[in-house]
Ligand binder design. Structure first.
Ligand code: BGC
Length: 939
């Protein structure tokens, strides 16, 4: 496709290095006749972690990024100028900041250095750049930033809520006795809060110029003005360490406020704040509450504030009778209050709210990443036959395991309760919910009249593929149109586009993306269905970098890392899951889990090149290293952990915990040293490197014998860890590589790895020149392997290699989710390995294209959006003949490294034999589209 668009007019070999200037597209604008001004302005203006014209922005000192248009008639930026102004009309005066011409090739993460910005402030900004010939571009189009309420002092109102303090019910809780490994069901007191309906009327004057609603809740909310929902966001404000920080939302509600009478209203339910987390809810948890501030600005400059205060009314007698994340929602249409959120509604029978002061120690901060939203709608694909069917019970197959809620359009009978249950899979043709553990995951709908209803649960979410309905009007035959699946996740774009000639590999890539979709609801979770759904730090550290190749999730991760910082304990320990405070859990920290503190900052920095991210996390990183140190003696670590979690055949021997802890201590030291160097903390870096070399020695001597054989059971992970983390050198490294290969061969090329080992496998095998073995493992069909899950009907990635089989159903009940993303970390290699898209310098200013070919694949394609633009790779090999197209974005360079190739041409020009022996064989390629053809050996 690309080739037709290429105009070969500027290809050349310069000096010793092959400096190829690609064929650029014809610019669609005219070049200025005096040759000083370029015709193409920068595009794609963003602030922070990718926000376009944000309202309610969180950062006082925004970071600016832009792109050179792929259509520009130039390749590189050598300087930029940013202007920031309070008014669009006077942007040229740049009253807030004029960076002036800055000699810099950076087009991303440029920090604002102008006059301090304040809450609510709206600013306009633009950028222009100078190209490689010092020609200036026109100014970009104007972009805007409007700040949210940045400090607690900006809030005039109070938290408001219903005066009742909840009900207590008896909860059947499964208690495990760790010693005897038995389980028993015990009755535990559990606090339940009914969803609240709150409202307040107010009068607005004519000539409203602008209205903003600043709002948040303890619990989750929906807000309305004059009966209209202010947004389609769901589960807002999301989940942060609530005892330290609650995020706030800003909505433009100018079009919703009328001059005259208005009503501002909201519903608030438990969500994560008030709802139970893992266990029954402790009795001391306070009820949900609302905080809102509507600010109206009139054209004469005056303002009016409507805040949450004692003047609000509240009722618990609305139709949503109960709602919890784990347990589901109950909706009783008999309680509907028509027009409750409209002006004319008579709320006399409602209660007055009680109000509570805003706590000074809990920061109210603008939400710093996208809110969850309905991202996809899936139709039911079949009505399934179950074993022992019951009259009036029907099971729908949505065809996809997902996180979301159903939309029901069903016939009902007045006051006959409809029950909706959810399951991830059928177990021997029965609807199976045991793996949800104590999560009731059941929605109820009580109709007031007979007829057809439309119902979508509001304040809950489920992890499911199958939906079981009962209680509907069973005189009507069930239809597929009765159930739709609404897929929920944080509102980022899913960019994944890896595609190959192998259907099962494509299915695996697709399943990994569904694992991502299923676990990115405001925080990164282990699973979306059982009574857990927690931000497990170990799962997060292995999946953060891979997820970046599949979705626009930098903002998502950066936001969660703020929560990780807040959750760090006084002794430096980073807890096993985040957020964790306020739910009665300890501060337990584990190796491979708490190391998230160092691993995510460094690995995401490599992909983005945003130093601010390192800076923000540096204090936490240092304290985590100190914590690791405090758990070490003679440079080996005794930090606890979960070993190589869920490693298969664990009864035949596992990688010892302290080997893992010491390896992770080393990994964190290595990354911390690199981070310290980038940030200019050389002394820290020196200390970390010194300690690292002692840890390496201790690791080598303690856990491995003279032949570099692990002293304990020979597991794949016991060799993967030191090779991936650079802990061995020389002969030790060579021997360990051989042992690793032997352990893989010994299992018939099956996986022998758990959560920590699996994500390391592909890169290690590629680095030791054994991508062929990685392909063998990847294409293995039997347990334990990725394809085993696909052969058994997987539509997501599972928690266990043997979570489920079509023949026997679920393998275990208690710890067995069909939607866990950790093993999906392999998808990073689809992009970095099979396509070969790698960051050779932080943020992809320099790109390495190093595809891995294999006889099982005749074709592969995909792309990745770097901070400079999209890198695209697509290759095809037919009978050893390679035809490959690579697009290098503007303002970056690329090198190409092929494993085995002969007689290569690039855009029709032959590459000399001796160049082909070099690594990289093509270096310093300029931006553009390249077509590479050659003969690939051994494929
Ligand atoms: C979670 C995991 C987590 C693990 C720690 C499990 O319950 O689902 O994903 O990492 O606990 O061992």
């Amino acid at each position: 496709m690309y080739s037709a668009m290429i105009k070969v007019r500027c290809l050349g070999l310069i000096g010793f290095m092959l400096l190829l200037t690609a064929c650029s597209f014809e610019p669609n604008d005219m070049v200025n006749s005096n040759k000083i001004v370029n015709a193409t302005a920068p595009i794609g203006l963003k602030v922070g972690e990718g926000f376009v014209d944000p309202i309610g922005y969180y950062e006082k000192t925004p970071r600016f990024s832009w792109l050179i248009s792929p259509k520009a008639n130039y390749q590189f930026q050598q300087a930029f100028q940013i202007q920031v102004a309070s008014e669009a009309a006077t942007i040229g005066a740049a009253d807030l900041w004029d960076s002036q011409k800055q000699l810099s090739a950076n087009n991303a993460w440029i920090k604002y250095q102008g006059k301090p910005l304040a809450s609510r402030q709206k600013v306009y900004w633009r950028v222009r750049i100078w190209d490689e010939q010092d020609k200036v571009s026109p100014w970009s189009e104007l972009a805007t930033i409007e700040l949210g309420l940045l400090s607690n002092q900006d809030w005039q109102g109070q938290w408001i809520r219903h005066p009742e303090t909840g009900e207590t019910d008896n909860f059947d809780f499964i208690k495990k006795d760790r010693k005897t490994k038995t389980q028993k069901v015990i009755k535990v007191s559990n606090k339940v809060y009914r969803p609240e309906y709150l409202r307040r009327t107010f009068t607005a004057q004519p000539t409203i110029e602008q209205a903003r609603l600043y709002i948040t809740s303890k619990g989750i909310f929906n807000a309305y003005i004059n009966g209209k929902k202010v947004s389609e966001d769901v589960m807002t404000p999301g989940w942060t360490p609530y005892l330290k920080r609650i995020e706030t939302l800003t909505y433009d509600v100018t079009s919703l406020v009328n001059s005259g009478n208005n009503v501002l209203s909201a519903t608030v339910a438990e969500g994560w704040y008030t709802g139970r987390i893992l266990k029954p809810r402790p009795l001391k948890v306070k009820p949900s509450a609302l905080l809102a501030q509507l600010e109206i600005r009139y054209s004469d400059g005056s303002t009016q504030l409507v805040t949450t205060d004692k003047n609000w009314q509240v009722t618990l007698d609305g139709p949503i009778r109960a709602a919890g994340n784990y347990d589901g929602e109950t909706y009783d249409a008999n309680y509907e209050m028509p027009g409750w959120n409209n002006v004319d509604f008579n709320a006399q029978s409602w209660n007055k709210v009680i109000s509570e002061e805003i706590e000074p120690q809990v920061a109210l901060s603008p939400k710093r990443h996208q809110t969850p939203a309905v991202k996809l709608e899936l139709p039911a694909i079949s009505i399934v036959d179950v074993a022992n069917p019951k009259q009036g019970v029907v099971v729908f197959d949505m065809g996809q395991n997902m996180l979301g809620v159903p939309e029901l359009n069903i016939p009902v009978i007045a006051n006959q309760k409809v029950t909706v249950r959810f399951a991830e899979a059928l177990n021997k043709e029965t609807f199976y919910t045991k793996n949800l553990r104590s999560a009731k995951a059941t929605d109820y709908y009580i109709p007031a009249t007979s007829g057809d209803i439309n119902y979508v649960p509001t304040f809950t979410f489920h992890g499911y593929r199958y939906v079981e309905l009962s209680g509907f009007d069973s005189s009507k035959p069930p239809e597929l149109s009765w159930v739709k699946g609404r897929v929920l996740h944080s509102d980022f774009d899913v960019t994944a586009n890896f595609e190959s000639s192998h259907q099962k590999l494509n299915k695996l890539a697709e399943n990994v993306v569904w694992g991502l979709r299923g676990n990115f609801l405001d925080i990164p979770t282990d699973c979306p269905q059982r009574d857990e759904r927690l931000g497990w730090t170990g799962d997060a550290q292995v999946f953060a970098a891979p997820s970046m190749y599949m979705a626009d999730v930098y903002g998502f991760w950066a936001a969660w890392m703020e929560s990780v910082r807040e959750a760090q304990a006084k002794d430096g320990g980073v807890p096993n899951f985040v957020p964790n405070k306020g739910h009665g859990f300890g501060k337990l920290a584990s190796a491979g889990w708490g190391d998230v503190a160092v691993i995510i900052p460094w690995e995401l920095y490599l992909l983005n090149g945003d130093k601010q991210f390192l800076q923000d996390n540096y204090a936490m990183i240092k304290r985590w290293i100190d914590f690791h140190q405090s758990k070490s003696e003679q440079y080996t670590s005794s930090l606890r952990g979960f070993k190589d979690w869920l490693q298969p055949y664990a009864d035949k021997g596992q990688t010892p915990q302290h080997l893992i802890s010491t390896a992770y201590y080393a990994r964190s030291l290595d990354y911390a040293a690199k981070i310290a160097n980038v940030l200019g903390h050389e002394r820290d870096a020196v200390t970390y490197i010194e300690t690292l070399s002692k840890v390496k020695q201790a690791f080598r001597d303690t856990y491995y014998d003279e032949n570099t054989k692990v002293k304990s059971a020979s597991t794949q992970t016991s060799y993967l860890l030191p090779i991936a983390f650079d802990l061995f050198e020389g002969q030790d490294l060579k021997k360990a590589q051989q042992h690793l290969v032997d352990t893989i061969e010994a299992t018939g090329k099956h996986l022998g790895t758990g959560f920590l080992g699996t994500p390391l496998l592909a890169q290690v095998l590629q680095n030791i020149g054994r991508s062929d073995l990685m392909f063998d493992v990847l294409f293995t069909e039997t347990y334990p392997s990725w394809f085993y899950s696909i052969n058994n009907g997987a539509t997501t990635t599972w928690e266990r290699w043997d979570s489920y089989s079509l023949k026997d159903g679920f393998s275990k009940a208690s710890m067995n989710s069909l939607n866990h993303y950790a093993y999906g970390a392999v998808a990073k290699w689809f992009y970095e390995g099979i396509l070969g898209i790698n960051a050779a310098s932080p943020g992809f200013k320099e790109i390495n294209i190093a595809p891995q070919f294999n006889q099982r694949l005749t074709q592969a394609s995909g792309s990745y959006k770097t901070p400079q633009g999209e890198v695209k790779v697509s290759w095809q090999i037919v009978q050893g003949k390679l035809d490959m197209q690579v697009t290098i974005p503007k303002n970056s360079h690329a090198n190409v490294v092929f494993p085995q190739v002969e007689s290569l041409t690039i855009n029709g020009v032959s590459i000399a034999e001796d160049e082909l022996l070099k690594k990289p064989m093509l270096s310093n390629l300029s931006p553009g589209v390249y077509r590479l053809k050659g003969i690939v050996q051994g494929v």
